[in-house]
Design a protein around this ligand. Structure first.
Ligand SMILES: [Zn+2]
Length: 447
């Protein structure tokens, strides 16, 4: 076999096994995965000593704060992510289809990598009317919030039923920020009256019980309408237990967790003050352990970054500070370090939860998600032996901070290819804005 480009000598990772192989590609497509030496290329990239993974897919991205779609795609590329699904939030007063069009246009002109979109509903009863039109535009997954009523974000059970009914009939998927919102608002009001130190008592405002209840209620409403429910950012042991219970019932629920919940605890984050304020909160060591046990046991369906770098400083008022943190570039190395290096999960699990499973859930498979003949030539070459220290200065987000500041990690993204071309080569970024394509999804339940 003759290809334009060959990635040779690496350990190629699939969800079910790892093999020593060469990958040939021509144009933007993979020609195949071959036994070593069976494919020759006009150009060869040596991946000796490295793991070779499919271009990663991040299903949970918010490119509307300090990073726009263009800068998010650059930051993502350095983290090995070559496909993203952005949340197109239609805030109160917005039309969902207008927001989808805006995100699509911004992505087509600014994104260096391929991208898809989820819709986000805030005036849910009204915006739900636009869901059939969104499907025609290639958007088949939608998010609602059960929390943040005071910000005007909360969807009540009546409106959630309407979304689940509509999406259930059309065959898509609903993502739910699952926390008992109004009870949390009451807790916050009570703490405000007590003039308390919010940083000290942050976990009380995002309790594990609220997450468990939220997940159970969201998925139960989904069951009423045969609508698959995707739970982003599961953060607690209680959340894991409820997901396990529902999965054991055979219910249509997908669960995602994020590197910040797998890699950090609130105890160690407190020193960052409002920078560590994310929703749901990063909880205790016991919760972190439970998330890892669940990941090892195959309970999670995807990892996502929840990349949402907000404009805030350590010295800001904790209560007023916005929720969110930069996560997309550190996602793979943090999960690799905490999960693979410690023997909790295998690289194969990463190829599933950060690529193949995600592609299947979003309906982007087999174009994305697996290194095989005919797939897009999106490839990550990961050096498991490079030791490095995370610091804001070596990150590409516009945020001037990272929650992993000072963390020593083993394993780093070395090269990234997207569409058969080098996107990242060591410290060099070779991407071009406007190269990314919009990918229509076919999100839904995998039988
Ligand atoms: Zn999010």
């Amino acid at each position: 076999m003759k290809s334009d480009l060959v990635v040779s000598g690496g350990l190629v990772v699939f969800p079910e096994h790892t093999i020593r192989a060469d990958i040939g590609m021509s144009g933007d497509t993979i020609d195949g995965v071959f036994p070593p030496g069976e494919v020759t290329g006009k150009q060869v990239i040596d991946a000796e000593g490295c793991f070779v993974l499919p271009g990663l897919i991040d299903p949970h991205v918010h490119p509307v704060y300090l990073d726009d779609i263009a800068s998010t795609s650059k930051s993502a590329a350095f983290g090995g992510i070559t496909t993203m699904a952005h949340y197109a939030y239609a805030r109160p007063g917005n039309k969902l289809v207008d927001k989808i069009n805006e995100f699509k246009e911004e992505g087509l002109s600014g994104s260096c990598t391929d991208f898809a979109l989820h819709g986000g509903l805030f005036e849910t009863l009204k915006q739900a009317e636009e869901i059939p039109q969104a499907f025609e535009m290639g958007v088949t997954s939608f998010k609602v919030f059960m929390a943040y009523a005071k910000l005007g974000w909360m969807t009540d059970d009546y409106a959630m039923a309407k979304v689940m009914d509509t999406v259930g009939q059309l065959g898509g998927m609903v993502a739910v920020h699952a926390e008992t919102g109004l009870a949390i608002d009451y807790i916050m009001d009570k703490l405000l009256k007590e003039k308390t130190d919010f940083a000290e008592r942050f976990l009380e405002t995002s309790p594990d019980i609220a997450e468990g209840e939220g997940i159970f209620r969201a998925v139960s409403i989904g069951r009423l309408f045969n609508c698959p429910v995707y739970i982003p950012h599961v953060s607690s042991k209680e959340g894991v237990q409820v997901v396990r219970f529902l999965k054991n019932l055979g219910v249509k629920v997908y669960a995602e967790t994020c590197p910040q919940y797998l890699g950090l605890t609130w105890e160690e984050l407190k020193k960052f003050g409002p920078l560590g304020k994310v929703g749901p909160s990063i909880k205790t060591e016991e919760d972190r352990q439970a998330l890892w046990e669940a990941a090892a046991a195959g309970l999670f369906d995807a990892f996502g970054s929840d990349h949402a770098p907000k404009d805030k400083k350590k010295s800001d008022d904790f209560f007023e500070a916005a929720y969110g943190s930069p996560e997309i570039e550190t996602m793979l190395p943090v999960i690799w370090h905490a999960g693979v290096n410690s023997g909790i999960i295998t690289p194969n699990r990463i190829a599933g939860l950060l690529a193949e499973n995600t592609a299947k859930i979003l309906g982007l498979f087999p174009q994305k998600g697996r290194l095989q003949k005919g797939a897009d030539a999106d490839i990550v070459i990961f050096d498991p032996a490079e030791a490095w220290t995370v610091t804001a200065a070596n990150q590409h987000t516009n945020a001037k901070y990272t929650l992993f500041e000072g963390k020593e990690l083993l394993g780093r993204v070395k090269k990234v290819l997207a569409g058969g071309k080098l996107l990242v080569d060591g410290k060099n970024f070779l991407g071009e804005q406007g190269k990314g394509r919009f990918l229509a999804t076919k999100a839904g339940w995998l039988e």
